[in-house]
Design a protein around this ligand. Structure first.
Ligand SMILES: C[S@@+](CC[C@H](N)C(=O)[O-])C[C@H]1O[C@@H](n2cnc3c(N)ncnc32)[C@H](O)[C@@H]1O
Length: 329
């Protein structure tokens, strides 16, 4: 959880530059409005990012966090052997998933971000002036509304923190649209019980269509946490001084909780993707003298405790470095 996402520093520098000249008091005021809005689970009847200041506030206080979460997710997908050449990001806003994908997949050649809010797309384009990779620098930001996405096809389609703004019918339609356009689809949501619930619906839709899960689940049986808990992970995000000021926060970091699922269309697995994961770490590991204790989701569809002791040699050394969200060493 403490690993720094690729391009986090570059994104932060780009955001600082883009925020120069924006009234900080206004940013702080609108940030409060957005924090309250995102806490509510009501679908949006009009765009939440309603003005240029809303977009700036979103980018300043949320984008580092959604970037950190997506970086963890996409790195886990990259570990499965996925190496996309093209990315389509639906509801991509200011481009957090595009930045994360550029960091996770050096194979990417073309990145397209689609969103309904022109001001978000404009800020996303502006941030590209500091893009750390040529593919990201050439990313395209285009206006499109869910239900009327253009017919682009891509190796990877991301839907990052979008479903919560839609009703269930629109969520299902968006996931179908993503599956029609992508060979691999990744959906991430806030790591709350509601966010997990939406992710479970996506998981069910992927499996019903014969897709293979790439993560986080190491199996395709019912989620063992379904009736007792919720599957989520955390990414540590360091806060800049500006970020702390506009959020009225004191700590120099925050932990972004997220839930996610990724699937590959039939046939993709054979040609591209490596072995299934041996088990997913679903809580902070407890590191004690001579042993590491994990809560793990296992390949047999159960969840429970696994202990790796010093006697395990190399496996123990890997276990000491393993973090919540990693695969079990
Ligand atoms: C919480 S933001 C997430 C932005 C970005 N994906 C991220 O992870 O930072 C939700 C985004 O979804 C977009 N969105 C919501 N409903 C949409 C719709 N019906 N059509 C297109 N975009 C939509 C919003 O404009 C906003 O940019």
């Amino acid at each position: 959880m403490s690993r720094t996402p690729t391009y986090a520093a570059e994104l932060r520098a780009a955001l600082s530059r883009a925020m120069r000249g924006v009234d900080e008091r206004e940013l702080a005021r609108v940030t409060e409005v957005l924090v309250a809005r995102y806490r509510s689970v009501k679908p949006a009847s009009s765009p939440i990012l309603a003005s240029g200041v809303h977009v700036a506030a979103y980018a300043a206080y949320r984008m580092p966090a959604t970037h950190a979460a997506l970086s963890r997710v996409l790195e886990a997908v990259a570990d499965r052997g996925v190496a996309p050449r093209s990315l389509l990001d639906l509801g991509g806003g200011t481009g957090a998933a595009a930045w994360a994908a550029a960091g996770a997949f050096p194979s990417l050649e073309s990145l397209t971000v689609l969103d309904q809010v022109e001001a978000a797309l404009a800020l996303g384009r502006d941030l590209l002036a500091d893009a750390p990779s040529p593919a990201l620098a050439n990313a395209t930001f285009r206006r499109a509304v869910a239900g009327a996405w253009p017919d682009d096809q891509a190796d990877l389609v991301t839907v990052s923190y979008v479903l919560s703004e839609l009703d269930e019918h629109q969520q299902d339609a968006l996931v179908r649209d993503a599956m029609r356009r992508g060979r691999v689809v990744v959906v991430a949501e806030p790591g709350t019980p509601d966010g997990y619930g939406r992710v479970i619906r996506v998981r069910t839709a992927l499996l019903a269509a014969g897709w293979t899960l790439l993560g986080p689940c190491p199996h395709e049986a019912e989620c063992p946490l379904l009736h007792s808990d919720w599957c989520h992970f955390a990414a540590r995000v360091s806060r800049s001084a500006e970020h702390r000021r506009i959020k009225g926060a004191e700590l120099s970091y925050e932990d972004e909780k997220f839930s996610w699922v990724a699937g590959a269309a039939p046939g993709v697995l054979d040609s591209q993707v490596t072995q299934a994961t041996p088990g997913r770490i679903i809580r902070h590991p407890l590191k004690r003298k001579g042993l590491v204790e994990f809560q793990v989701c296992r390949t047999d569809g159960t969840a429970g405790r696994e202990v790796v002791s010093k006697k395990a040699g190399e496996r123990y050394r890997k276990a000491r470095d393993a973090e919540w969200g990693d695969t079990l060493p």
